[in-house]
Each structure stands twice: as structure tokens, then as C-alpha cells.
Design a protein around this ligand. Structure first.
Ligand code: BGC
Length: 425
């Protein structure tokens, strides 16, 4: 890759007498790790925990020769109790920021009744992060819902926006002082796609298009109102949502139908939602995992898959550059809130991180205002419909003892965060 000469790029001699190129990131670049409440806290009762236990789900898993135990979140990583240890691990990685989630179902287990004990718990959590000098990125909703909400129709019910805003208001008043960045919603389009179109997430409503549209409208409104609500109490706060942004390109650039498939995919996958809320964003936050080469006819997705992760997802670092370039036109600071790899043997993770950062650096050197990078994830955690099988963590977690153990890539990331640079050949 050819980097232009910028103030950040310099070359230096290494002990092997080889020229290594050093790519230095801007001062104050925010290095972090991302997590979510349901995936690590444990002991939560919400729509996911109930769905995992449902007869139909268990029957399906058995029919696929899968062990249902591997798909129960249960105590997760016990981060509800081990949050201080987790923050210490983030500090060991030399991270300056930590993204965590709040679980709505804990705060409001019964409609209209807020659990003050849990509020106190989260106060302790946030102040433990602040005590360690970590900037806090707080996600208010990461796909999971209180059971009562699901019984009322979930995000398809119009009233959900009011319910959500009541919860947001409480969080802002009680916890707001310790929050540096707010994420109102995590990847709303994924909730719609998996929950209402494919049906492999709760509420498991495969092909319910009308509901999908209702949910879409309510999520747009929920973000807009949450944005206002947070600013009402904390005028200088930084608020956004995370967009799951795949990099789509046509399988055959000369084929107009493949090109059309890409335009439609981009529009429905992330641009439509993003455009509707862009006025209510103080910064842009996106998650990058996927590259998709699309054709207009089956099998539609024709990736080259030269390199894949443990889940079969193609590894395509250059895509992050294209996504950054796209977002740069909105003239807002950009944060990569998730980027990571399922790699149980840890043989690809270090390279994965460095390769993506090369392209992040390239974007910065072209003047794109990228302010931070958060690796997903600190720990091996509950990977939704894939259960406990994929391992995204810089730290592995023993499923019985919850003991965390650094993978070799943790040291690589710690060095990057400490030195604020990457070295490439
Ligand atoms: C989600 C995470 C998930 C990760 C890896 C992201 O889209 O926000 O919750 O664990 O992807 O699948």
C-alpha cells in the first residue's frame, strides 16, 4: 500500500536491519475496547434469555445437532461482578476508553418500575471506570428488551418510543455525569434484519415486513428523541448510534444489475436509517465486519474469501477505508466503535488488527477525521445466535471459573494503544 508522506508517517531501522514503516496516529486518538451488557454481564432476564430457553429454539438446535447449552447466555462472563477486573484489563491494554452497555431489563424489569438497586450498581460501574481514567462510551440499547416490552409487541408497538425515552431520561439524570459518549441504539438495522426478516433473533418474526417497517420507524424516532432528551439535560454531550456498515461492491463492476444490487443494499442496509437521523448525531459511530461482493442473481453474494475468520466471514481490511471515505462527507468526527475477529487460535487476530489500522491510518492521512478505534471485544462473550462458539476476545474467558486470560494478540493491541502507532513492513 502506498502511503502519502504525512506528518504521521516515518521510517525507522529495526534490529533485524529491515526497514519498518511507522504509522503514527494523531495525538489524542481514542483507543478502546467494546462490549455490550447482555453479552458479558450475566444473570439477565430479558427477551433473549427467554427466547434461548424456548422449546422451539431448543428443538431447532437439536435438529441441527447442536448442544443447546452452547446457546444459553446464563452467567455470561460474570462481568456484572467482575467489571473492575475488566476495566483493569482495558487499562493493561493501554486503552483510554471503554464501551459498555446498560441493560434496560435490569433497570426496568416491570413496566414503569425502575430498580434503584440496579441504578446504584451501574453508578458504581461507571465510577470504577472513571477512577481508572477511562472514557466511558455508554450504549443504551444493544438489541435486548425487557420481557414486558416484548409482551406488548416490542419495537413494533408505537408506544415503545415513550417507554424508551422514560428509561433514557432516568439514565441521563442518574448516570449522565460519568458518560463521555452516548450510543442510543446499537445497529438498529441488524435488529430489524435478524428479528423481523430472517427471524434468527427474537422476536423471531421471519418475513414480517409490516412489523419490520413499524420497528424501523420507531427506532428512528427513538434515536431522535433520545438525542434531544440527552441534550436537554446535558447540553454538551456527544451522542450517536452505531451503524453496522458493510462494504458492498458489485461482483462485476461492468454489470449494471450488479451495480444496482449494491445501490439497493447500501440504501436499505444502512444509508436510509443513517440519513434519517444524521441531524441528530454529534459524531459518527460505525461497526465494520463485512465485505460483500454482490451479484443480481443467486447466490447474490460472491466473496472471494481468500481469508476468512472462524465464522466464515471474509477478512477484508480495505473495506474499512471505503466506509470511512463514505462517512467523511458528513463532516463529523468518526469513531470505529467495533471491529474484530472470531479467531479461537489467535493466529489471525494481530494481523487483522494491524491490517485494518493501516487503512484507518490511510484515511486519516487523507484528511478524514477519524478520532478513535475500538476493538470488539475485550473478552470472549456470548455471540448471540452463534452462542459461545465464536471467540472474539483479546482475553479468553473460562466458561466455569470466569478466569480471563490474555491471548498473544492482547500484547500486540496493548503496544499499539501505548505507542499510538503501528509498524508495518
Ligand atoms: C454486534 C456485537 C456482536 C458483533 C460480532 C456486532 O454487530 O454489535 O454485539 O458481538 O457484531 O458479531
Amino acid at each position: 500500500m502506498n502511503f502519502p508522506h504525512t506528518e504521521y508517517g516515518i521510517r525507522r531501522q529495526t534490529h533485524q536491519n529491515m526497514l519498518k514503516k511507522i504509522l503514527k496516529f494523531p495525538q489524542n486518538f481514542l483507543w478502546g475496547v467494546s462490549t455490550s451488557a447482555y453479552q458479558i454481564e450475566g444473570g439477565i432476564i430479558n427477551d433473549w434469555s427467554e427466547w434461548e430457553k424456548s422449546e422451539s429454539k431448543i428443538k431447532k438446535l437439536k435438529s441441527e445437532n447442536k448442544n443447546p447449552e452452547d446457546f444459553i447466555c446464563g452467567q455470561a462472563c460474570d462481568s456484572y461482578n467482575k467489571y473492575e477486573e475488566d476495566f483493569d484489563l482495558a487499562k493493561k491494554l493501554n486503552c483510554k476508553a471503554y464501551r459498555l452497555g446498560i441493560e434496560w431489563a435490569r433497570i426496568e424489569p416491570i413496566k414503569g418500575q425502575f430498580n434503584l438497586v440496579e441504578i446504584e450498581h451501574y453508578k458504581k460501574v461507571l465510577s470504577a471506570a472513571k477512577k481508572r481514567n477511562l472514557q466511558v462510551v455508554l450504549t443504551l440499547w444493544h438489541w435486548t428488551n425487557p420481557v414486558w416490552l416484548t409482551q406488548l409487541g416490542g419495537w413494533a408497538n408505537k408506544k415503545v418510543v415513550d417507554y424508551f425515552i422514560n428509561y433514557v431520561e432516568l439514565i441521563v439524570k442518574e448516570l449522565g455525569q460519568d458518560v463521555d459518549f452516548w450510543i442510543t441504539l446499537n445497529e438498529p438495522m441488524a435488529h430489524i434484519g435478524f428479528g423481523y426478516i430472517r427471524g434468527n433473533f427474537p422476536p423471531n418474526q421471519k418475513g414480517k415486513l409490516l412489523n419490520a417497517i413499524r420497528v424501523y420507524k420507531n427506532l428512528v424516532k427513538a434515536h431522535q428523541m433520545a438525542y434531544k432528551k440527552i441534550h436537554q439535560f446535558l447540553p454538551y454531550s456527544q451522542v450517536s448510534f452505531t451503524s453496522l456498515t458493510d462494504y458492498f461492491e458489485p461482483a462485476n463492476k461492468a454489470n449494471p444489475f450488479d451495480c444496482l444490487a449494491v445501490i439497493l443494499a447500501r440504501y436499505f442496509h444502512h444509508r436510509k436509517f443513517f440519513n434519517q437521523v444524521v441531524k441528530s448525531l454529534d459524531f459518527i459511530a460505525f461497526d465494520y465486519y463485512f465485505h460483500n461482493r454482490l451479484s443480481w442473481h443467486p447466490p447474490f453474494k460472491v466473496n472471494l474469501n481468500k481469508e476468512i475468520n472462524d465464522m466464515g466471514w471474509e477478512i477484508y481490511p480495505k473495506g474499512i477505508y471505503h466506509v470511512l471515505k463514505y462517512f467523511s462527507k458528513f463532516n463529523k468526527p468518526i469513531y470505529i466503535m467495533e471491529n474484530g475477529i472470531a479467531d479461537a487460535s489467535d493466529c489471525k487476530r494481530s494481523k487483522f488488527i494491524i491490517d485494518h489500522l493501516k487503512y484507518v491510518y490511510q484515511a486519516i492521512s487523507k484528511g478524514i477525521d477519524v478520532r478513535g478505534y475500538f476493538y470488539w471485544s475485550l473478552l470472549d462473550n456470548f455471540e448471540w445466535a452463534h452462542g459461545w462458539i465464536p471467540k472474539f476476545g483479546l482475553y479468553s474467558v473460562d466458561r466455569k471459573t470466569f478466569i480471563r486470560k490474555a491471548r498473544p494478540s492482547a500484547e500486540v493491541y496493548a503496544n499499539v494503544c501505548q505507542k499510538n502507532l503501528i509498524e508495518i513492513d
